[in-house]
Design a protein around this ligand. Structure first.
Ligand code: DQA
Length: 140
């Protein structure tokens, strides 16, 4: 797959639609993936979607994505403390864009730090599902 990108979602993002709708909205992960697929298709990109609640799965997929064109990752709460995910990103030579649906800087102070940002190309926060679309567009 020539123009393939990985979209990785971490813990609790399988709960989109049910989880804290005041913060994350009413739409599901399935809807997000459909929206991203539509956008990707328009730009001749293909997407590989993965979601897990387990840190090791995310690490394995980061390694697997080594031969793709880029990674969009929402590591969920791992963002704030997973040195293992940070090191996995640093271990691959592929651009990574970190996304968050909520504006983490407006929320609890433990969400203000990202251990992922120093090894990412950029970070997009606060635009709900659009955060992912903007991340995808950053690869154009
Ligand atoms: C999140 C923000 C994180 O702080 C939180 O733990 C999540 C979702 C977001 O998309 O806004 O699980 O990454």
């Amino acid at each position: 797959m020539m123009n393939n990108y990985y979209v990785l979602n971490g813990p609790n993002l399988n709960r989109l639609g049910k989880r804290e709708p005041g913060i994350y909205g009413n739409e599901t992960l399935e809807t997000l993936e459909m929206r991203l697929n539509d956008l990707a298709q328009k730009h001749g990109m293909t997407l590989t979607f993965k979601q897990s609640n387990h840190e090791g799965d995310l690490i394995d997929w980061i390694h697997e994505a080594e031969n793709s064109k880029g990674i969009i990752i929402n590591p969920g709460a791992f963002t704030h403390y997973s040195y293992a995910i940070r090191d996995a990103i640093a271990s691959v030579d592929v651009p990574v864009v970190e996304v968050h649906m909520s504006n983490v800087h407006k929320r609890e102070s433990f969400r203000h730090q990202s251990v992922i940002s120093p090894v990412s190309e950029g970070q997009i926060v606060g635009f709900g599902m659009k955060s992912y679309e903007l991340a995808l567009m950053s690869f154009l």
